[in-house]
Ligand binder design. Structure first.
Ligand code: ADE
Length: 221
């Protein structure tokens, strides 16, 4: 799989790409991630990529031309283009599962007051990572890439993916490790019982309980 990220701040991705599972996935050629500065695609002699909004208003607006030029350079029939914007559909585990099936994902990060609205014509989908406004799409691009890359075959063990949060719309069950008793906080007895059927029952009921608890908290939020 190939992921191309269009950004004005390529250095923000250095840490993300050079640590842990993502680093290994790249080294093992499970994924090819390219960080592309779309400032390189502006025709403006001073490297300008934004301008004031028609009709007036605060801030600067990203122009369509550099992004269009970048897409013309990298896009193929196999590409799926995603615009990161708070007005997009909220990202989810299901979306991660659909993105991992794409051969070539292109993520466009905005900055400043917003994009020239016509950029929407160039993309397949608009995605948000939640109902809040960030300074740019770089963190959303890292989050989405991370959620997608870990789903690529061979990036993490298939057992780890077997049962995890949001499968069957349920959150994952709680896990514990040594010590058995930490300052009086004990590991549930059932997990020490060696009874695999009971352990499975316990884990299933915990998944339901934790999911319900989150739903209640979300409603109060
Ligand atoms: N850019 C700024 N805020 C964002 C958000 N919440 N999701 C995606 N892209 C963004």
């Amino acid at each position: 799989m190939r992921i191309d990220i269009l950004t004005l701040f390529p250095e923000m991705f250095n840490g993300f790409l050079s640590e842990s599972i993502i680093k290994r996935a790249i080294e093992n050629k499970k994924v090819n991630v390219n960080i592309i500065n779309f400032r390189d695609y502006t025709l403006d002699p001073h490297g300008k990529v934004d301008d004031t909004p028609f009709g007036g208003g605060a801030g600067m607006v990203l122009q369509i031309e550099p992004i269009y030029n970048a897409l013309m350079d990298i896009k193929t029939d196999d590409s799926y283009v995603v615009l990161l914007t708070p007005s997009g559909v909220t990202f989810s585990q299901n979306k991660a599962k659909s993105f991992v099936k794409k051969n070539h994902l292109i993520l466009i990060c905005g900055h400043y007051e917003g994009f020239d609205y016509r950029i929407k014509e160039l993309v397949d989908e608009e995605v948000s990572i939640g109902n809040f406004v960030l300074t740019g799409g770089e963190l959303p691009a890292m989050m989405i890439s991370d959620a997608v890359i870990r789903l690529i075959d061979g990036v993490i063990s298939s057992e780890s993916l077997d049962s995890e949060s949001f499968d069957d719309d349920l959150l994952d069950y709680p896990v514990y490790t040594k010590p058995r008793d930490f300052l009086g906080m004990k590991v549930p007895d059932v997990l020490l019982s060696g009874d695999h059927l009971k352990i499975e029952e316990y884990r299933n009921s915990e998944r339901k309980r934790i999911t319900k608890e989150k739903e209640i908290k979300e409603k109060q939020n």
